[in-house]
Design a protein around this ligand. Structure first.
Ligand code: SF4
Length: 475
């Protein structure tokens, strides 16, 4: 077997599109934001001599990356449902530029629909289903495709589906993604509005114990067991990253729910404190005070919290497994401890009414996370929400998740609540949360005490105003 010279590509996409890479929810955001292409970096770390190119974050268009087609023998593209048509066009352009190039796709979209994905274009030779790290490594080693578990591939006119790949249990087998970041990426390219800049994000484990009906990754590539790297392995990577990126101001652990295993979260926090870094992570709104205090005392700055809604009925409908009263107490605890919260909410989930939208906005104003993000319910293929939407006729026939420019759209509607009302609720939510004296005063104070935050919030303000204007034009 001869190893193939391999390119990992997060393909060029809509301008400013944070998707097809490490983003859970691929859309052009209200404010410029880019997640790291962590999944692709993970497999790149397993393939010696490979290169990772993250085109959206670098601002690269197709003509910029096309010359790479002739430099490689294998190209692996990370795709997503919203970006798939774009990504196919990129694959076809690469294949036209170098007919000998072998091209494969990875990501939840192809894991859910391997056959339609392969039939979408002859340029795609194979797709790797579900957790694809070692699947792609074996392909890059030059193994015959029929001998690679977890792969679906084209064989003449037929599509062949190999048996499933065993779930990865020993997560310490995964090499450090930060080594690939250091080799191939520019950390300053990555922005998230609520994280210090520059930041680095990575995973310490995969899978989420919760079963939220709308959430894509645990229902596809991650699963519902929280499989974790050892504390020592995580600490060793952060030590490496601290040396490699002295300019980085914050580390973000993008595990689905970093707080799913509280003793381990506390163990990692204590190690991070010894290393001396500021960090943040995803959390559910039910972490007990004692754990929050340990995390805060050991460098935790911010929690990204998926509240989703202020309606208990909707929380039950989506199987979130949280309670509004517990979320309230958790948020008060965070405020008392000085832990910053970025809250995420979704409008248009099953059970949504005009009344529950009002209830959720009022809940958000009351608990008052430092910043928030509002998304429109997006039924990704592969989720229970998608099945419900199809069974109940909630989905428009041309079921796109983003508009032509990559901005999120209201894909769902209900007999009592139209697309338009859900779409309008997003803007109303932002306005009612941010345009009130208490919030304006908080933001003004933040800007007055930090020149960096002043520059950043002004830029975000301009982008947000542009976003509101574009919605008005679209309406
Ligand atoms: S808790 Fe978060 S990551 Fe886990 S299934 Fe629910 S939305 Fe997804």
């Amino acid at each position: 077997m001869t190893a193939l010279k391999t390119l990992f590509l997060s393909p060029p996409s809509y301008a400013g599109f944070d998707g097809g890479a490490g983003s859970r929810y691929q859309a052009k955001r209200e404010i410029r934001s880019f997640w790291y292409p962590t999944w692709l970096a993970q497999v790149a770390a397993l393939v010696p001599g490979s290169r990772l190119v993250d085109a959206p974050a670098r601002g690269l268009e197709l003509p910029d990356v096309l010359p790479l087609a002739s430099e490689y023998e294998l190209a692996v593209l990370h795709t997503s449902t919203p970006s798939f048509p774009h990504d196919v066009r990129v694959a076809e352009a690469f294949k036209a530029a170098n007919p000998r190039l072998r091209i494969g796709f990875v990501g939840a979209h192809v894991a859910v629909s391997p056959e339609p994905s392969l039939r979408a274009s002859n340029a795609i030779e194979f797709v790797a289903r579900n957790e694809f790290d070692f699947t792609i490594r074996e392909v890059s080693e030059g193994r015959p495709l029929e001998a690679v578990d977890g792969l679906s591939f084209r064989s003449g006119d037929r599509i062949v589906h190999n048996r499933e790949r065993a779930t990865l249990e020993d997560m310490d087998r995964l090499p450090f993604v930060s080594e690939v970041y250091a080799r191939d990426l520019v950390v300053e390219d990555y922005f998230i509005g609520y994280l210090l800049h520059p930041y680095v994000s990575l995973y310490t484990g995969r899978g989420c114990r919760s079963r939220c009906t709308f959430c894509l990754w645990p229902q596809t590539v991650g699963g519902h067991r929280y499989r974790t790297r050892s504390v020592a392995h995580v600490a060793a990577e952060i030590r490496f990253a601290k040396r490699a990126f002295p300019q980085v101001r914050e580390y973000f652990f993008d595990d689905d729910t970093f707080t799913d295993d509280l003793p381990r979260a506390e163990g990692i926090a204590r190690e991070l404190s010894r290393i001396g870094v500021t960090w943040s992570c995803n959390a559910k709104a039910n972490v007990p005070f004692e754990t929050l205090k340990v995390l805060r005392d050991n460098g935790l700055r911010l929690l990204l919290v998926g509240y989703e809604t202020g309606s208990q009925q909707i929380l039950n409908n989506i199987r979130k497994g949280t309670r509004v009263d517990v979320a309230r107490r958790f948020t008060e605890d965070c405020h008392r401890l000085g832990i910053t919260i970025h809250g995420t909410f979704i409008v248009g989930l099953p059970g949504e009414t005009r009344e529950t939208i009002r209830e959720t906005i009022s809940f958000a104003r009351e608990v008052n996370p430092h910043t928030l993000q509002v998304s429109l319910a997006a039924p990704y293929p592969g989720t229970e929400l998608y099945q419900q939407a199809q069974a109940n006729g909630w989905l428009a026939t041309d079921a796109a998740l983003v508009a032509d420019d990559g901005v999120q759209i209201a894909a769902l509607s209900y007999p009592h609540l139209s697309h338009g009302e859900i779409f309008d609720a997003l803007e109303e939510f932002y306005r009612k949360f941010y345009f009130r004296p208490r919030k304006i005063a908080e933001m003004a104070l933040e800007m007055a005490t930090s020149a960096t935050m002043l520059r950043r919030r002004l830029r975000e303000g301009v982008e947000f105003a542009r976003f509101l204007r574009s919605r008005e034009e679209r309406a």
